[in-house]
Design a protein around this ligand. Structure first.
Ligand code: ATP
Length: 297
């Protein structure tokens, strides 16, 4: 089956920043976390999918449709829940929903009413006066009421209290159960990925570092620790990020077998890596050691 979302060689240049040759695919019925440091290009990717940002090159497909040529159809299949939803500010929750409804052929009025009640949304209150968490709930209720095939969430959990954050994550897990809906959410919070993501896509400085099933990421990468005398160029080539401390180095590798072959007989400690470790170490440049202790003096 074709993926619900596919980016092929997408590029977008701003002055001082380029999203460069980004390709990844999200299979239907799964949750993908889009992660990366500040300014990595996450929002640019999410907005490009919606054609709110016009890409310079490459291709984006949603349910097999071209995101530009079939923009209206694509938009009707997407539910966009962003950090600070600001639509129809002056209207009440109820009125705003009534204004939004005709844009979506699949709008389910009863479902919106049910979700609004379940989320505790004050129906007669103006959208402008809702708290940030309530706005996110409102945006989510709208996305779910029009039976979106793809939910796009841009930093949905930042600024939310822990109770609603947890609730949101649990709800996203529930949403994909029927297989109709898929989710792409951008976040800084690796604990959120650990909890719900099936796939992880990592971008840094406008480039894709990896896009893979979460379990594959966990299996592939391990932390290795050893003495700094082991850090030859050949060894470094197999390490993704090196931290030097008083008793040696810690680094991440995706090629443990290769490393072991190179370092046969050497003392090397191997530990499992968390997603946070993977992001931290792959986010560092290969020859730019983080020296917590300088043994070169
Ligand atoms: P954060 O985690 O901080 O939200 P992000 O990964 O979502 O970051 P983007 O918002 O996509 O990053 O921004 C990527 C880069 O593009 C940044 O350097 C930003 O300043 C730049 N940028 C974004 N929008 C524009 C624009 N309209 N004009 C010029 N530069 C822009």
């Amino acid at each position: 089956m074709e993926p619900i979302l596919e980016l092929r060689h997408v590029t977008k240049a701003y002055e001082g920043f380029t999203l460069e040759d980004v390709s990844f695919a999200l299979p239907r019925g799964y949750i993908m976390g889009l992660i990366g440091p500040n300014g990595a290009g996450k929002t640019t990717i999410v907005k490009s999918i919606l054609n709110l940002v016009r890409i310079d090159g490459g291709e984006i497909r949603v349910a097999g449709l071209d995101h530009r040529r079939d923009e209206v159809d694509v938009r009707s299949r997407i539910g966009f829940v962003h950090e600070n939803p600001r639509f129809h500010d002056a209207l009440t929750v109820e009125r705003a929903a009534a204004v939004i409804a005709p844009f979506y052929p699949t709008w389910d009025r009863a479902e919106f009413g049910r979700l609004a009640a379940e989320f505790g949304l004050p129906r007669r209150q103006r959208v402008r006066t809702l708290s940030r968490g309530q706005r996110t709930r409102f945006a989510l209720a709208v996305a779910l009421a029009h039976r979106a095939e793809l939910l796009l969430l841009d930093e949905p959990s930042s600024g939310l209290d822990p109770v609603f954050r947890r609730e949101l994550l649990d709800r996203l897990s529930g949403v994909i159960e029927g297989g109709h809906t898929s989710v792409l959410f951008s976040t800084h919070i690796t604990a959120d990925l650990d909890r719900i993501a099936d796939y992880v896509t990592f971008v840094r400085q406008g480039r894709l570092v990896f896009s893979a099933a979460k379990d594959d990421v966990r299996e592939r990468w391990v932390l290795v620790k050893g003495g700094t005398e082991l850090l030859t160029d050949e060894v470094r080539a197999r390490l993704a990020g090196i931290v030097v401390h008083e008793f040696g180095f810690t680094a991440l590798t995706g090629d443990l077998a290769g490393l072991r072959a190179l370092l046969a007989g050497a003392q090397l400690v191997v530990e499992p890596a968390t997603l946070e470790d993977v992001l931290f170490y792959t986010g560092r440049r290969a020859h730019d050691d983080l020296r917590l202790y300088d043994d070169r003096r």
